[in-house]
Design a protein around this ligand. Structure first.
Ligand SMILES: [Ca+2]
Ligand SMILES: [Ca+2]
Ligand SMILES: [Ca+2]
Length: 289
């Protein structure tokens, strides 16, 4: 029902301003990794399965990873999908028949453009590694004014275990790396930011950060670099914030890479696989109850 409403809305927008047609949900995949990205809701990249195991909430109602922004004149943060989608292209860069790369561009005409490129690299069936890299570029389209721009990344992995996961954000002076591990210590996700120092970050239990990004006022993330970066344990989420003033005709671009790995420990491996399936379901049910 929700998706149907979005589709109708998308068609109306396309008819009105003749932007390129865009599907609502895009699938990019490689090997045993499949990611789904909704280009028209804050769910964003709501699903990432590695060898059949869902790492994100996996529902169209909640983001796994997505972007929010705030700029001059706004009274609250908004997700980037609230901007007009002006380009959406998925491509198969290695010719194996499956799209592995997605480019989305959102444009506020005369003001700024948000360019997002997602690329996924998987592994063979039975292995448990995966990688999604992203390139992000914010361009100032104004011919007269600099652009005061705040970009937010929000991430909610649910790796498993009844006690949830442990998130550590690290890096000095800027917190450019996030690490999330299930409490058995075997399933680990690491995100590294390259070329765009993070200004603020936070690791909070669901849904403290999501509320900040979706409520009707202005918020910044809790920890300002170089303060001690945050750690949290439980059904945790993490977020990063970039604050930039972009000159007329200029842009701000950076990349980041997320890698998930199962650290093999023969005695606990079966338990981890079981835990991911069973407890992932438990967390999702609890949230939608
Ligand atoms: Ca491919
Ligand atoms: Ca979580
Ligand atoms: Ca807010």
């Amino acid at each position: 029902m929700k998706k149907y409403r979005h589709s109708v809305l998308a068609l109306l927008v396309i008819a009105a301003v003749a932007v390129p047609a865009g599907a609502v949900s895009w699938t990019i995949q490689d090997g045993n990794n499949i990611a789904i990205i909704d280009d028209s809701s804050m769910a964003g990249n709501y699903s990432w399965t590695v060898n059949g195991n869902e790492l994100y909430p996996g529902t169209t109602d909640l983001p796994g990873q997505w972007f929010w922004y705030r700029t001059t004149g706004m009274t609250q943060e908004k997700s980037v999908d609230t901007l007009p989608l002006t380009l959406s292209v998925a491509s198969d860069t290695d010719g194996d028949g499956f799209n592995d790369t997605l480019v989305l561009t959102y444009t506020q005409a005369g003001a700024f453009e948000v360019f997002l490129k997602f690329s996924i690299v998987g592994s063979n069936v039975g292995a448990f590694t995966g990688d999604i890299s992203e390139q992000i570029r914010i361009t100032n389209l104004s011919t007269t004014d600099s652009l005061d721009f705040h970009l937010f990344e929000y991430v909610d992995f649910d790796l498993g275990g009844f006690l949830g996961d442990r998130i550590t954000i690290s890096g000095t002076p800027n917190p450019n790396e996030a690490n999330q591990a299930d409490l058995m210590g075997s399933l680990v996700v690491t995100e590294t930011v390259i070329g765009g120092n993070v200004n603020r970050s936070e690791a909070e239990l669901f849904n403290t950060t999501l509320n900040k990004l979706t409520d009707g006022n202005i918020d910044d993330l809790a920890y300002l670099a170089p303060a001690l970066p945050p750690v949290n344990v439980g059904d945790a989420t993490w977020a990063m914030q970039w604050d930039r003033v972009i000159a007329v005709g200029g842009d701000f671009s950076f990349s980041k890479d997320k890698r998930v790995e199962l650290i093999p420990e023969p005695l606990t491996m079966l338990a981890v696989f079981g835990g991911v399936a069973a407890v992932g379901g438990y967390i999702r049910k609890r949230r939608t109850a």
